[in-house]
Write a protein that binds this ligand. Structure first.
Ligand SMILES: Cc1cc2nc3c(=O)[nH]c(=O)nc-3n(C[C@H](O)[C@H](O)[C@H](O)COP(=O)(O)OP(=O)(O)OC[C@H]3O[C@@H](n4cnc5c(N)ncnc54)[C@H](O)[C@@H]3O)c2cc1C
Length: 407
């Protein structure tokens, strides 16, 4: 293997591979380093994404087998078991098999010429003065240097490289611990909706989910700010009044544990010769923990900016700062709103969540969502929804509760 390419990509997850795909398409020479021997393995993600989000990225429809199911809505369980269901006219989200999805994006990148080096861990950056000009890699217990004109860091939440180039990693106090199992032999699933379970008993500081793959199989998971996610997940499966009934005879076929970053994008995702994308840059929705669509959008922007830098031969932080400005222009407003919603929800007691879900049901808020199309850019969606008097009632209620402080 030569030890130089125009672009180095650290991490063969969706964001790394999508950056690699976009840069290879433009004719640049790209090398992706992935520490695991197989792309997409191990998988730690539920893979619930918006169909529109994938379409806008040119990734939908996907090849057969990657989309496991599609959904027309969601059912919310409040802590005391009050249920609020939203059903739309047609599917707007889907669940993907993340292993197959990651492999697919990586294969596309390779088709356009990207080179993948699997089983290769990037250990540290190589500097020329203040410029990142390459990385130290470790493969088969051997370390060596590999050089590039620009490095894209898509290493996920671990952010080890990010710290070494002196960028601020995702805020640790905003990271929740995720746990998920895939189960078979599940009973009474409503296959066209996802279920969201709220409450401190099961998912303090976040929520739990049940995402059906088909009539018999489902992904069940949660993330939590405090406590042991494994124990909380066992409790959800065995004790939650609705979930435990469905999972009475279920058999766990896969389990995974991984953190989710909810603090919003890091303040600076670039430095000389270096851009960070995806979870490494905390480009994740603080409300839902969804990072695939935002991360892929940022990966595309990073590829555009990297291509311009390569054309102009300018890898200075001043020039690469355009990356942050572009992605903040795309979702900065939505991010502000999502962070506010998250902060507000975090302050609510279980009792207040019961009241809110009860109110949603009472005023039939589901009617407001009937024509909902956009779930990724939640600030804009909220502005649109707020034009409806029912949504306004709920917003006023939330605002009042927020003003009146924590219960
Ligand atoms: C439990 C859970 C459920 C989730 N559910 C959803 C969901 O339903 N929908 C959604 O949109 N998002 C979800 N997410 C978030 C989503 O998984 C991430 O936002 C997404 O995977 C980010 O992609 P990425 O490419 O930035 O990072 P990753 O997918 O983490 O990929 C990073 C890659 O880099 C590799 N790597 C790391 N360090 C190195 C190194 N030093 N050298 C070489 N390779 C390295 C890793 O092996 C990995 O392959 C969930 C996350 C969790 C934990």
């Amino acid at each position: 293997m030569e030890n130089f390419s125009d672009v180095i990509v650290v991490g063969g997850g969706p964001c790394g591979s999508f950056s690699a795909l976009n840069l290879s398409k433009k004719g640049f020479n790209v090398t992706v380093f992935e520490e695991h021997d197989e792309i997409g393995v191990p998988c730690h993600c539920a893979g619930h994404v918006s169909i529109n989000g994938l379409k806008n990225l040119g990734l939908y429809p996907l090849p057969k087998g990657i989309v496991e199911n599609t959904f027309v809505g969601a059912k919310f369980y409040s802590p005391n078991g009050t249920v609020f269901t939203v059903r739309l006219a047609k599917p707007i989200t889907c669940v993907i098999n993340r292993t197959l999805f990651d492999k697919y994006v990586a294969e596309l990148a390779q088709k356009f010429g990207a080179h993948y080096s699997l089983g290769t861990r990037v250990k540290s950056p190589v500097f020329a003065g203040r410029l990142v000009k390459g990385v130290v890699i470790r493969r088969y217990d051997k370390s060596s240097e590999f050089f590039g004109r620009i490095t894209l860091d898509a290493e996920g939440i671990s952010a080890g490289l990010l710290k070494q180039v002196l960028l601020t990693p995702p805020k640790s106090d905003k990271i929740v611990k995720g746990a998920q199992v895939e189960v078979e032999n599940v009973k009474d699933l409503e296959t066209d909706i996802v279920e969201v379970i709220l409450g401190r008993n099961y998912a303090p500081g976040f929520y739990a989910w049940l995402i059906p793959k088909n009539e018999m199989e489902s992904k069940v998971g949660l993330a939590t700010k405090t406590g042991n996610p494994r124990i909380l997940l066992q409790r959800l499966i065995s004790k939650h009044p609705a979930v435990s009934v469905k999972l009475r005879t279920a058999k766990i076929i896969r389990e995974s544990y991984h953190p989710i970053t909810l603090g919003g994008p890091i303040p600076k995702a670039y430095t000389n010769g270096f851009l960070a994308v995806g979870d490494a840059a905390s480009q994740v929705k603080p409300t839902t923990g969804g990072g695939i669509i935002l991360g892929l959008n940022c990966a595309r922007i990073a590829a555009d900016v990297a291509a311009e830098a390569l054309d102009k031969n300018d890898f200075s932080a001043e020039f690469l700062g355009m990356y942050q400005r572009r992605f903040m222009k795309m979702f900065g407003f939505d991010m502000k709103i999502m962070l506010k919603i998250k902060e507000t929800l975090d302050g609510f007691s279980d009792k207040k969540l019961d009241n809110i879900i009860g109110l949603c049901e009472k005023i039939r808020l589901n009617e407001v969502f009937k024509n909902l199309k956009e779930v990724d850019f939640q600030g804009r969606t909220l502005l649109k929804l707020a034009q409806n008097p029912k949504a306004l009632t709920l917003l006023a209620f939330l605002f009042l509760n927020y003003l009146l402080g924590k219960p």
